[in-house]
Design a protein around this ligand. Structure first.
Ligand code: NDP
Length: 248
């Protein structure tokens, strides 16, 4: 028996990196996967096909997670297409890094909207469905930076710290309805994005991590499988660091 057999998962931002890894792991565990993206239509189509080959139902939706109305419309459409939403993974996120001295209001607002308001938008949108089902698992993607802070990322760190407060509050409000809400705080995860970085810098980061390597999208995806599955039915309000021991 696969761990997510028959469950419907909605994953935001799955055309690349961690989100894509989560979609693949969920499909492998038998979940039907609805996923979103901002603009990569060709990548979404390719992923849809790849996931469907595992025998599950998969569909990609272009939807801005930072837009409240678009998020409500998205969930209405997903419920129409899939029947329900059992698991919501608020994964979509962006960076607009710069020192506070140089940070524009626009850079602050963009990051808050895509990383933090998106979790509010989508969580509100799935609530009615999860309340009716008296069951649900919501997983919010934070970051070690949200726990620790980081120079040059005041906007990003604030958004990811906000995710932690939001996660705990949702867990407290909705626990009595059997709706769980947890956060994952990935450390340094090697994706297409980090491929562009200087090799010596990346090697230095790897050496500073107790497990002596960067994480993979699959490492984060496996934690998402656990938190979305019935293996974690007594776990809510928690932050799981997936960071090779970086914050220890
Ligand atoms: P990527 O930049 O590789 O992928 C981001 C995904 O989000 C893409 O699918 C993108 O779609 C989508 N997206 C961006 N903006 C929106 C939006 N407004 N609405 C809907 N979808 C959107 O990111 P990562 O895989 O690296 O990161 C995923 C999450 O993990 C983020 O929340 C990030 O903050 C967090 N994280 C990442 C770490 C890392 O080391 N990589 C470490 C800690 C946390 P499109 O392709 O169309 O642009």
């Amino acid at each position: 028996m696969k761990l997510l057999e028959g469950k419907v998962a909605l994953i935001t931002g799955a055309t690349r990196g961690i989100g894509r890894g989560i979609a693949q792991a969920y499909a492998a565990q038998g979940a039907n996967v609805a996923f979103t993206y901002a603009s990569s239509a060709a990548k979404a189509e390719a992923l849809e096909k790849e996931l469907a080959e595992t025998g599950i139902t998969a569909k990609g939706y272009q939807s801005n997670a930072g837009d409240f109305d678009a998020s409500q419309d998205l969930v209405t459409q997903v419920v129409k297409d899939f029947g329900t939403v059992d698991i919501l993974i608020n994964n979509a996120g962006i960076t607009r890094d710069t020192l506070l001295m140089r940070m524009s209001e626009e850079q602050w607002d963009e990051v808050m909207q895509t990383n933090l308001k998106s979790a509010f938008n989508l969580t509100k949108a799935v609530l009615r469905t999860m309340l009716k089902a008296r069951s649900g698992s919501i997983i919010n993607m934070s970051s070690v930076v949200g726990v620790k802070g980081n120079a040059g990322q005041a906007n990003y760190a604030a958004s990811k710290a906000g995710i932690l407060g939001f996660t705990k509050s949702v867990a407290l409000e909705l626990g009595s309805r059997n709706i769980r809400c947890n956060a994952i705080a990935p450390g340094f995860i090697e994706t297409e994005m980090t491929d562009a970085l200087d090799a010596d810098t990346v090697q230095g980061w790897r050496e500073a991590i107790p497990l002596k390597r960067g994480g993979t999208p699959e490492d984060v995806a496996n934690a998402c499988v656990f938190l979305g599955s019935d293996m974690s039915t007594y776990i809510t309000g928690q932050t799981l660091n997936v960071d090779g021991g970086m914050l220890t």
